[in-house]
Ligand binder design. Structure first.
Ligand code: FMN
Length: 169
């Protein structure tokens, strides 16, 4: 972070990845970031449309459960990501991480949504409210800060308020 800040100053730099609480914000600011970009923490905000089972998995997860992988590539190829371990990921790894055309269960419909339609295995779609079926077989994206997100549902405003304490003093 300091190297990037020095290199591109005065362009403002946002820190991203694994920041889930005020401590992370404070650390990012100390390293020269002018702000942060937070994803995973907001997946459990009251206003997020994340599926209840996805929320449960997020709350139970530790950093090690957020696997760096390329498995959910259908819709967005060649974009490495982190996602919670599930049956789709484990079966694909056990098969030797094959490419399209040779993946286990490829083409199967794992879940459906009345508005958004069927979800096939390996799609880059996350489970949202209304998905039915094997929602845990879908892409449950999560960053390495997932172990810090806590166990109670909070409004997004509370999360922003807490994170902003990392900017004070
Ligand atoms: C549900 C979800 C969807 C995401 N979608 C994208 C995306 O479409 N493009 C992208 O570059 N990153 C995407 N990301 C990764 C975020 O950019 C990443 O979460 C961000 O760097 C913040 O890291 P954090 O989740 O550890 O806070 C997504 C992350 C999550 C949790």
């Amino acid at each position: 972070m300091p190297a990037v800040v020095d290199r591109i100053s005065p362009v403002p730099v946002l820190a991203a990845g694994g920041i889930c609480d005020a401590r992370g914000v404070r650390a990012a600011v100390a390293l020269g970031a002018c702000g942060v970009w937070v994803g995973t923490r907001f997946l459990v905000a009251e206003q997020a449309g994340t599926h209840p089972r996805y929320r449960e998995r997020l709350r139970a997860a530790t950093a090690e459960d957020a696997v760096h992988t390329g498995v959910f590539r259908d819709g967005w190829p060649d974009a490495p990501h982190r996602a919670l371990r599930n049956t789709t990921l484990t079966r694909w790894e056990d098969a030797g991480r094959p490419g399209p055309g040779a993946r286990p269960g490829e083409g199967e419909v794992v879940a459906e949504h009345a508005s958004f339609g069927p979800v096939r295995r390996y799609a880059d779609l996350v489970p949202v409210v209304g998905h039915v079926g094997d929602v845990e077989g879908m892409a449950m994206y999560a960053g390495q800060g997932v172990g810090l997100i806590g166990t109670t549902a909070e409004p997004a405003a509370s999360i922003v308020h807490e994170l902003s304490r990392g900017c004070a003093g």
